[in-house]
Design a protein around this ligand. Structure first.
Ligand code: SAH
Length: 222
């Protein structure tokens, strides 16, 4: 088999398995067509070490090294759907780039993604992957997400893919009026997904059910 045939063969297989994942997410209640299309378009196996890539299209979180995980597709879809529920978004801040998979999905759904990660080697790998997928509307920052990214605030959406006991104050400050913030809140035993909307005066808070994320930690790692 030629190289290119082999590549397209692999492409077709993953396209088909990807479609099955999309179907499964639909059965689980994901309805936003743009979110489903982005998941159908995105080769999740490229975001995972080769040794685990055969499990890439299972609806499960998987290890990506440094004690971190790539989020479960259903959660990625659900959080994206929540962010987009009130219409198209211009600027979205993501805390916790990790593998870059959620970043890749967001980049297909909003104008610009600003993604902060505290572990530099994870960020470097994510950058490479997203560049090779030709997703160019992403800006990366190596830093502590507790501080957000003030220089480029305000954001129309903020998504945090690690859990803390409370929503960092800096993130609330950096949310635009009318903007939405989605984040898991809780400890390692019990976490709930919070949706916070900034209003003209104050914030509206909705609690949306149980989730399980790695913790939002302090400081940076080189
Ligand atoms: N959305 C990612 C999930 C990665 S897991 C994916 O699907 O691959 C959570 C990520 O948050 C990890 O990469 C972890 O290093 C990062 N993280 C934890 N605390 C952080 C902080 N304070 N600032 C920035 N990133 C943080």
């Amino acid at each position: 088999m030629t190289d290119s045939l082999m590549r397209s063969g692999i492409g077709m297989t993953s396209q088909r398995t990807r479609q099955r994942l999309v179907q499964r997410l639909q059965e689980e209640g994901v309805m936003n067509e743009r979110v489903l299309a982005a998941i159908g378009n995105t080769p999740r196996h490229l975001f995972i070490d080769e040794a685990l890539s055969h499990r890439a299209y299972e609806d499960t979180a998987l290890p990506i090294g440094h004690n971190q995980t790539i989020s479960q597709p259903l959660i990625v879809a659900h959080m994206s759907e929540l962010l987009l529920a009130t219409g198209p978004l211009d600027k979205v801040l993501e805390i916790g780039t990790g593998s870059g998979y959620q970043t890749a999905i967001l980049a297909q759904l909003v104008n610009r993604v600003f993604s902060v990660e505290r572990i530099q080697p994870l960020q470097d790998k994510a950058k490479e992957r997203l560049q090779s997928l030709k997703l160019r509307n992403i800006v990366f920052r190596w830093g502590d997400g507790w501080e957000g990214w003030n220089a480029l605030a305000p954001y129309n959406g903020i998504i945090v893919t690690a859990a803390a006991l409370e929503v960092p104050k800096a993130l609330l400050d950096q949310l635009a009026v009318g903007g939405r913030l989605v984040m898991p809140v809780g400890d390692s035993h019990s976490q709930q997904l919070y949706l916070i909307t900034r209003q003209e005066q104050g914030f509206k808070q909705q609690i949306l059910g149980n989730v399980r994320f790695v913790p939002l930690l302090n400081g940076t790692i080189r």
